[in-house]
Write a protein of this length. Structure first.
Length: 429
């Protein structure tokens, strides 16, 4: 699905650093999002001087509804494993704890990141990139790591169809097997053998080089080859997530399906777009949310939502309510919000009403069954005014290395190319 949400950064310019270190900086289109969790977390936590107070369910009360929208969600509904994309690098791991605090202690069971798609050496998963994520995963048995893995290098370089077609055929013939074997071996060695691999995501669109439309037959053969290669590594327990973007996009995603033996999860990336589209239309459109659920059921697969969030319809709390209700009803294996502007609620101050809705719905919730069938629901206590520790940081500023320096129509950011040791000791408070 076409979106402003891209993790890849293109364009390089050289800069001289005072200490004599020669560094590079990323050049981005100016409309790409900046991260602003520090100021927004403080604002959201202190809004009107109170934390959110979800209304507890009264025994015997009928669920409320609003128009054609869903019934009000029960405070005791089991929570699907929850996560958010916060950043691709090690800062994304550190921010998980902060988001949990903002949610009143609701535990994030899922960490989500993306391998860079610029070079094969990065698609192989550099150990220094993977290690913070796999360490987080290893700390608790019920956590899991979701890793988006490109199928081609130069994945956001706008390659023409003819070139993509040739590369897909080379992949189907085994030319790129070694890269995926290396990735699998590294994940096993780093004690994350059960990583969920979101391979070749949004293949039905035009954004990525690993798109399906130029040669669906070669694409599906290449997917199968990657899966076979990674499954051949001793100790692996990988789960492969087939995650198109919602709707028909540029190509029907059902025509890219590699087959039940090569897919464990049928995912979907879904954002609140196009402009003016209702949630019911997003559910019922061809290749939409209902089609995904039906397809997964027919093929005996779990569903997931690796990416979801706000977009063309702005700050839309009704969309957030409907998505959370969708998760409660359809029990995905996991769901991970894309949390930066314009999609997010915690790291994006553009969506305050949606942020309040998201936070109130998930505040102090836990997963698992809430009790035996027919048991009287136990209301979740309203969070106290001091339940959420407000992060402290000097000056409420985004670190300089995360800022967007505008040059014409481009945004220059340094954080994507500075070495990990530069930012590893500089947590966002």
């Amino acid at each position: 699905m076409q979106s402003a949400k891209r993790r890849g950064y293109k364009g390089i310019c050289g800069v001289a650093v005072a200490a004599g270190l020669l560094a590079s900086c990323s050049v981005l289109p100016v409309d790409l999002p900046d991260f602003e969790s520090e100021s927004f977390v403080r604002h959201a936590a202190s809004h009107d001087g109170a934390t959110p107070s979800p209304a507890p369910a009264s025994p015997g009360a009928s669920p409320k509804s609003s128009g054609s929208g869903p019934a009000q969600r029960s405070a005791v509904a089991p929570l699907a494993p929850l996560g958010a994309f916060l950043r691709s690098d090690s800062d994304g791991v550190r921010r998980i704890t902060q988001l949990q605090s903002w949610l009143g202690g609701t535990e994030l069971k899922v960490a989500h990141t993306y391998l860079p798609g610029d070079l094969w050496s990065n698609i192989e998963g550099r150990p220094e990139f993977l290690r913070p994520w796999t360490r987080w995963r290893e700390q608790q048995k019920d956590r899991f790591l979701v890793l988006n893995v490109p199928m081609l290098e130069r994945n956001e370089d706008g390659l023409p169809d003819d070139e993509v077609r040739g590369l897909l055929r080379q992949g189907a013939d085994g030319r790129f097997d070694s890269h995926y074997r290396t990735l699998a071996e590294r994940l096993v060695r780093l004690k994350s053998p059960d990583t969920v691999i979101v391979l070749g995501w949004e293949m039905n669109g035009l954004t990525y080089s690993h798109r399906c439309a130029p040669d669906p037959g070669a694409w599906t053969a290449y997917w199968r080859r990657i899966v076979d290669t990674m499954r051949s590594v001793p100790g692996q327990q990988f789960r492969f997530d087939f995650a198109p973007s919602r709707g028909s996009d540029a190509f029907p995603w059902t025509e890219c399906y590699p087959g039940d033996d090569f897919v464990d999860i049928v995912g979907m990336d879904t954002y609140d777009q196009p402009e003016g589209t209702s949630f019911d239309e997003q559910v019922n459109e061809p290749h939409g949310l209902q089609a995904q659920v039906d397809f997964a059921r027919d093929h005996g697969k779990a569903v997931s939502y690796p990416e979801w969030g706000l977009f063309r319809n702005g700050d839309n709390p009704e969309y957030v309510r409907r998505m959370l209700d969708w998760f409660d009803r359809h029990k995905p294996l996991y769901q991970t919000l894309t949390d930066y502007c314009p999609h997010g609620v915690w790291q994006c101050s553009e969506n305050p009403a949606s942020a309040e809705t998201f936070r109130a719905a998930l505040y102090a919730r836990s997963g698992g069954a809430s009790g035996p069938p027919g048991a009287t629901p136990v209301p979740t206590p309203s969070p106290s005014r001091t339940a959420v520790p407000v992060p402290t940081e000097p000056g409420s500023r985004i670190p300089w290395y995360e800022k967007c320096f505008v040059y014409g129509r481009y945004c220059v950011r340094f954080d994507k190319v500075l070495p990990d040791w530069w930012t590893s000791g500089r947590e966002v408070d």
